[in-house]
Ligand binder design. Structure first.
Ligand code: FO1
Length: 316
């Protein structure tokens, strides 16, 4: 079994590659829910949906979120009615949120609701929210504290960030399903998602770091930083705000306590010794994911890095 810790856009693309490298049923995605938002009274889980639509082959290629070819008639009408419209929900995407909200209101857990939604989209990999409890990513900026979507979508991540915190994380509990996926995985991959706002909330759920440390699995991360820049989004700025350099060595430092191997882009080959000095293995690969084959090849590199290490350890 392969477990992948993931956020939205970058993680969704990476998982598309993973399910081409191994049978989808062997894959469990443990997904960030810190970005979740209640919008127009509906429960939206953007990262779960990006991963679910990505694995179902329905993710908009152009936007990297929402459904391919969706329309926005409801959004237009909500705008005419004076409702806030900076967070864009597509018409067909809305059906997912209406269904999720209804199931949550009937008392089901987000884990159960996500499994039902994923099955109805024909996704055979397991999708697990990081917790069934509410953990909210809050971004402290020069203009006060914002929710993640206010910072990311409304402010287009232009406001300087002082710190990110995860409200509710102290009392959140990891689910049995998440702990079991981590404990029973052969390889655990940290997708090339934002280490602060996508993977950070998962690691902030009490018990998940400990589970990662004690799992016998090899743990392989893909750096979302290439040549000192995030390949999309504000990961570089947020790493600096949290005291880490926006470099592959900075990514290694964040995950160091549980990581075995960091996969970095060929462009960062000169940093291999710096990563090895932190006690990690570094593997160079093409990490850009700019084609379906490139996504699969990157996933294959990660799985081979994990498996070769397991075999080497078993042969000792
Ligand atoms: N991202 C945007 O940049 N603009 C949007 O209006 C937007 C709407 C949206 C609606 C549903 C959904 O599932 C995702 C949506 N996203 C949008 C993406 C989302 O903000 C981010 O991808 C994640 O939260 C970061 O991983």
């Amino acid at each position: 079994m392969i477990a992948v810790l993931t956020g939205g856009t970058g993680g969704a693309k990476f998982l598309q590659g993973v399910v081409r490298a191994v049978p989808p049923r062997q894959v469990t995605a443990i997904v960030n829910t810190g970005d979740d938002v209640v919008w127009w009274g509906l429960n939206i889980s953007p990262d779960i949906d990006s991963v679910m639509y990505g694995l179902a082959g329905l993710l908009s290629r152009e936007r990297g979120w929402g459904l391919e070819g969706d329309t926005f008639a409801c959004l237009e009408h909500m705008r005419e009615l004076g409702e806030p419209s900076w967070f864009q929900l597509g018409d067909r995407d809305l059906a997912t949120h209406v269904r999720r909200t209804g199931m949550l209101r009937s008392g089901k857990t987000l884990t159960a609701v996500t499994a039902e939604l994923a099955a109805s989209f024909g996704v055979s990999s397991r999708l697990l929210p990081m917790t069934d409890d509410r953990v909210e990513t809050r971004v402290l900026t020069a203009r006060g504290e914002l929710s993640f979507q206010e910072y990311f979508v409304r402010e287009k991540w232009k406001v300087p960030v002082r710190k990110v915190r995860f409200a509710g994380a102290e009392t959140a509990r990891p689910t049995f399903e998440v702990l079991r996926a981590i404990a029973s995985a052969e390889v655990i991959v940290i997708a090339p998602s934002n280490p602060i706002t996508s993977i950070g909330p998962i690691l902030a759920v009490p018990g998940i770091r400990e589970a990662l440390r004690s799992s016998p699995a090899q743990k392989v991360a893909v750096s979302p930083i290439i040549s000192g820049k995030a390949f999309s989004g504000p990961a570089d700025q947020l790493m600096v705000a949290h005291g880490f350099p926006a470099t592959v060595a900075g990514v290694a430092a964040i995950y160091r306590e549980f990581l075995s191997t960091l996969v970095i882009d060929h462009a960062d080959a000169a940093s291999v010794s710096e990563i090895e000095a932190l006690g990690l293995r570094a593997v160079c690969a093409s990490t850009l994911m700019n084609s379906e084959d490139a996504k699969r090849d990157l996933a294959a590199v990660c799985l081979a890095a994990g498996r070769s290490h397991t075999r080497a350890a078993t042969n000792l």
